[in-house]
Design a protein around this ligand. Structure first.
Ligand code: SIN
Ligand code: CO
Length: 387
């Protein structure tokens, strides 16, 4: 993080030694056919680019024998446990910044053209080979009349062919162009970086929406009054007193770290609009749930966002008051996204409150019984520049 994050690209040969794509091409195509999954198709023929948005039924995709097309599927971690397990390995970066895993499938010569992204990305080669050319682009003129953002004058400084298990980190704004050499699949582990203006705007919405509950609200209980108002000659003119009153009221609007934290916790843990949870069809009783948890452990659904700061917790957009004795367990669950059977065994004896919270989440599909014991192949620790 000190040397490369947001600073310079890094190629890591065999970041995951012996990596074999955990999701087949057909499984990816099945995801692209779903309407709760975001997918795009980019094709390039005779110097013409075409972009289509999914869902794509099997018949909508070009034949596999046709060259130069790419299918991009967003948020695969939400639907494929093996891809979620892979994403967990990137949690050396805070959850508040981690976005999703996008998978691209390309036929020979396929790619999305030279471009740059506003976010950091780890590009993990999952299947087949891809030639990446990258450079610190200065000229960011975009090609006109194409449906996707393609740099008009891309200049590459370095290039490599990546094989399964190799990974390339790119800081935001670093230009890149990846071209499939034969059929290939690439995983993009992507990050979220809201625009500063968007963050501010959303905080101001939050203040506006919550004005009644915030401490300064007591200053705003009354209604505008103007006992000093004289008779006027110019009725259309805005009264100065009204402007002054609002200015002095605005000076009473107070916010501090508590409000900022509350806003960020809710906002960042809010599920994306196309995320739907799958509650259990026949939920167990609370007692059976606690018993099963102490036998099998618990795992957060891949779709659940659980964030915290000190003693305040935020789950899927909602703030949560947590009783003191439940906090260590919840913190462990938030950081590890799972609880071992032994950790749940303690529930039965003492804390009913935590069982109630977790049972609620289980009944909403936010939490599942059991633990996935297959974490997949591990990312190799990188100490110095590899490759
Ligand atoms: C791809 O996987 O084809 C594109 C990924 C990217 O350039 O960000
Ligand atoms: Co890109």
């Amino acid at each position: 993080m000190k040397r490369y994050w947001h600073k310079r690209p890094l190629l890591i040969r065999q970041a995951i030694p012996g990596f074999a794509a955990p999701l087949s091409r057909d499984a990816l195509f099945e995801l692209a056919a779903r309407d709760d999954v975001e997918s795009r198709l980019v094709s390039h023929a005779r110097n013409r680019w075409q972009l289509n948005h999914g869902p794509f039924d099997a018949g909508d995709l070009p034949p596999l024998t046709r060259k130069q097309w790419t299918l991009l599927v967003q948020g695969v971690n939400l639907h494929a446990p093996a891809i979620d397990a892979l994403m967990q390995q990137f949690r050396f970066i805070p959850d508040a910044r981690l976005d999703d895993v996008m998978i691209s499938y390309a036929t020979d010569g396929g790619g999305v053209g030279p471009h740059l992204d506003s976010y950091d990305v780890f590009l993990l080669q999952a299947h087949g080979k891809r030639r990446w050319r990258i450079g610190p682009q200065r000229d960011t003129t975009w090609r006109e009349n194409v449906p996707l953002r393609i740099l008009e004058h891309f200049e590459a400084q370095e290039e490599w062919v990546l094989e399964p298990g190799d990974m390339l980190y790119l800081p935001p704004g670093y230009a890149h162009d990846g071209i499939a050499q034969g059929e290939c699949m690439t995983y993009s582990i992507g990050f979220r970086a809201p625009l500063e203006q968007e963050m501010l705007q959303n905080f101001l919405y939050y203040l506006a929406e919550n004005v009644a509950e915030l401490p300064f609200a007591r200053h705003f209980a009354g209604r505008y009054a103007d006992p000093e108002q004289p008779a006027v000659k110019h009725p259309a003119a805005l009264p100065e007193a009204m402007i002054d009153t609002l200015i002095s009221q605005l000076k009473r609007v107070r916010w501090g770290p508590k409000e900022v934290e509350d806003f960020l916790g809710r906002w960042l843990s809010e599920p994306k609009s196309h995320v739907f949870f799958d509650p259990p069809q026949k939920p167990l009783s609370t007692v059976r749930f606690a018993r099963e948890a102490s036998a099998r452990g618990l795992t957060l659904s891949a779709k659940t966002q659980l964030l915290y700061r000190r003693n305040r917790y935020y789950v899927n957009g909602e703030p949560l008051e947590v009783p003191v004795n439940a906090r260590p367990t919840l913190r462990r669950l938030a950081d590890r996204r799972a609880l071992k059977a032994g950790e749940c065994a303690k529930f039965e004896q003492n804390d009913q409150e935590i069982v109630e919270i977790l049972y609620d989440w289980y009944a909403s599909g936010w939490l599942e019984l059991g633990r996935d014991s297959k974490p997949g192949r591990k990312l190799r620790a990188v100490r110095k520049k590899a490759g």
